[in-house]
Design a protein around this ligand. Structure first.
Ligand code: ADP
Ligand code: MG
Length: 712
């Protein structure tokens, strides 16, 4: 019998060997060098007794019963007892040991390809054995390959045998003993006072100790379904505990941050502020939503506590100007601001836009990227170190050691999910003395409420829930690739009207396995089909200078069609582009499609997005794929699309930089366990205030040294 348990996928993710948290949660340096299996345990983060105790089985094997060979079927994992009737080493071809076992109701052939003399002796004719393995058919009759075997007799265990997630170099038997030891040694007294358990229908009887012992060794009569779907009270308890640990650590981080100091960015008195002058100079009025989030941000910046705020707004909702206004508040107070973007193209766009707005107002904007010439870079570093540059725009090049800010007070991170935790921590460390800079993170992938409540519980969130006026909604059409010719005709018509077109392809080079058309081929096709039109090509493997040249031709309007891979995914802003074609749309995630589509419909012209799909050899597209593309055609609302994407793909897609946090939730599921999550969220402040010692113990038990990483 095998009991499949659905947290396997999460485990596989959590067991990623280069997991940053495992590096952080280093075990106390051992005096003796670690053995192979010990190293493997450490790599899996199984250092403490409690870590082992919380390492739950993937599935179980039933060794509690013996069956008769008469009753077994192919594919069963069976345990039988019988007598060896025949044993021989077959030479020639592959050397193997063939043993015939008879249990009085039938016979089974045991096959071993590797064996020691001692094993051969144990399997000698006349010996009585207890054998366990998967039954296979075949013309030799029932067969087991390399079954486990012991002498017959002896007691049968009275609990199911756990099978743990493991890795190379860590045998199941070793791990079982280690977990067993961990379970015995771990301190498992309750940390959740009883009165709170009742609130959510948890039975105090199923405390942590009992729940863990049970999940490691469930009794055979348990209803397997409740183990599989995690509805068993023992599972509920573990999920509740896990969610509470997550909420506690985030709330703690939030409170610790509130104890930190940041420069209060109040305007210097007496002069017209940059903030006011910038507002006056903008060619448009802010939307009500932009005004609201600007107020929220400004309010935070006036405090001497570091801001920790996420600005979320659908693509095209106008986050850049909000960032510029926040920078203005910072500059008005006499401090420096940094804006970090994930790609060079995006950084270039921000730089151009911000210089356009701020330079006429007398502001010095510096520029830092990896591809910069040494001389320019030296000049920029000097501007930044002297404090002359009031705003610094760039890529992650700005978090290198050599970059010395003179007085950084506000760090803005665009498309924050593209950055790793360590990178964001590095930017925070750039401020002198014991102060922290304010932190504003921006994202166009709206975070569904359930995720906001769990992984982002320590963040303040501002939302731009309104697009600037005058935008015509993008019309989305789902079109079979067989009708590509018609799409090209449409491009022709658009270009004749002076419009520009994006054409997005999923891969750079032909991959035999996937047979996706590639950007290069499409580029050649479109160039041939559209004589007299400049068709450009942009992909991530091009040298930066070339990318920039292509982008500036497109931004400047000379280039009619831009064929690209998804490098244009984030942030690019060309209001004259009114048509986007996405090839192999069925291969993209919903949120990604939505982001791509957000590149058009930025000006007043009616805009369209064509989702080209290809069915390959199949006569039609699969049901899920069709449903997803239909969802895109039906909705222009990033929140709605994010919600559907969460349903289809799970939280991983949204987490990006918080992957470490995602891996921390091994048992609970933020969607499925929304009720438990709400409970944990409400309980966290009560625990911190009224039961601080229990709260600390709980976090330490569940997260150990890993809690630090949730704070980034
Ligand atoms: P995103 O939120 O996707 O980063 P951007 O900041 O790039 O969006 O803004 C998209 C476009 O809308 C830009 O051209 C920007 O100048 C323009 N924009 C921003 N706010 C407004 C507004 N209130 N009215 C009109 N246009 C605006
Ligand atoms: Mg943007």
């Amino acid at each position: 019998m095998r009991v499949g348990v659905s947290h396997e996928a999460k485990w596989l993710a959590a067991l990623g060997h280069n997991h940053p948290m495992h590096a952080a949660a280093a075990a106390p340096s051992p005096a003796k060098p670690l053995t192979g299996p010990q190293k493997a345990l450490h790599k899996l983060g199984l250092d403490r007794a409690i870590d082992l105790a919380l390492h739950l089985p993937l599935r179980y094997e039933d060794e509690t019963r013996l069956v008769h060979l008469r009753d077994v079927r192919e594919g069963d994992v069976a345990q039988v007892e019988g007598t060896v009737k025949h044993s021989e080493v077959k030479l020639g071809g592959t050397r193997q040991l063939l043993v015939t076992l008879d249990d009085g109701t039938g016979t089974c052939l045991l096959r071993f390809f590797t064996f020691y003399p001692s094993q051969q002796k144990a399997l000698a004719v006349g010996n009585r054995l207890r054998v366990r393995g998967e039954i296979r058919g075949g013309f030799a009759g029932l067969t087991m390959m390399h079954p486990a075997f012991h002498p017959a007799g002896g007691e049968l265990p009275n609990a199911l045998t756990p099978v743990y997630p493991t890795s190379a170099g860590l045998p199941q038997a070793y791990l079982r003993r280690a977990v067993e030891g961990g379970l015995t040694r771990a301190e498992l007294s309750d940390t959740i006072p009883q009165e709170y358990l009742h609130q959510i229908g948890l039975q105090p009887l199923w405390n942590l100790r009992k729940s863990l012992s049970f999940l490691h060794h469930p009794t055979p009569e348990v209803t397997l379904a409740t183990l599989e779907d995690h509805s068993h009270p023992a599972w509920q308890r573990l999920k509740a505990e896990e969610l509470l640990a997550q909420q506690l650590s985030q709330l703690q981080a939030k409170r610790e941050r509130a104890a930190l100091r940041a420069p209060a960015l109040s305007p210097l008195v007496g002069q017209a502020t940059l903030h006011e002058r910038l507002l006056a100079a903008l060619p448009f009025d802010l939307t009500a939503a932009q005004r609201r989030v600007c107020e929220e941000i400004t309010h935070d910046l006036h405090q001497n506590v570091p801001m920790h705020r996420l600005l979320q707004g659908d693509v095209g909702s106008g986050k850049t100007v909000v960032a510029a206004l926040a920078a203005a508040v910072c500059i008005d107070a006499g401090w420096q601001c940094a804006l970090m973007a994930p790609t060079e193209i995006l950084a270039t766009q921000h730089f151009a836009k911000l210089v356009g707005w701020l330079h006429p107002l007398g502001i010095t904007v510096a520029w830092l990227t990896g591809s910069q010439k040494a001389k320019e870079r030296r000049e920029m570093l000097a501007l930044i170190a002297s404090g002359q540059a009031q705003l610094v725009v760039g890529t992650h090049a700005m978090i290198q050691d050599k970059v010395q800010f003179s007085k950084l007070a506000l760090a803005i991170i665009d498309e924050q999910h593209r950055f790793g935790v360590a990178q964001r921590l590095a930017l925070r460390g750039k401020l002198v003395d014991a102060m922290e800079p304010h932190l504003l993170m921006m994202t166009a992938t709206p975070i569904p409420r359930t995720l906001a409540m769990s992984y982002y519980a320590d963040l303040d969130v501002s939302t731009i829930d309104e697009l600037p006026p005058g935008r015509t909604p993008v019309i989305t059409k789902v079109v079979n690739d067989a009708r590509r010719g018609e799409v090209v005709q449409r491009i022709r018509a658009q270009i004749d009207e002076g419009r520009q077109i994006y054409w997005v392809c999923p891969l750079i080079e032909e991959s035999e396995a996937l047979d996706l058309s590639n950007a290069t081929v499409t580029h050649a096709q479109l160039s041939a089909a559209l004589p007299g039109v400049m068709v450009g090509l942009l992909h991530s493997r091009m040298p930066v200078a070339e990318k920039k040249a292509v982008m500036s031709l497109f931004t400047g309007g000379q280039m009619g069609v831009l064929v690209s891979t998804t490098v244009i995914e984030v942030g690019v802003d060309v209001p004259n582009a009114s048509l986007m074609v996405i090839e192999h749309a069925e291969r993209f995630g919903l949120s990604q499609l939505h982001q791509l589509r957000g590149r058009v419909g930025r000006g007043a012209a009616a805009s369209a997005c064509v989702l080209l799909y290809s069915t390959g050899d199949a006569p039609r597209l699969g049901e899920t794929a069709r449903e997803r593309l239909r969802a895109m055609a039906e909705s222009n609302d990033g929140f709605e699309i994010a919600r559907r994407d969460l349903e289809i793909r799970g939280p991983g897609e949204f987490m990006g930089a918080r992957q470490s946090g995602a891996a921390l939730l091994r048992f609970a599921d933020v969607v499925e366990d929304a009720a438990l999550l709400a409970w944990a969220r409400a309980l966290a402040p009560v625990m911190l205030d009224q039961h601080p010692a229990l709260a600390a113990k709980h976090v330490q038990r569940w997260l150990g040294g890993k809690a630090e990483f949730l704070k980034a």
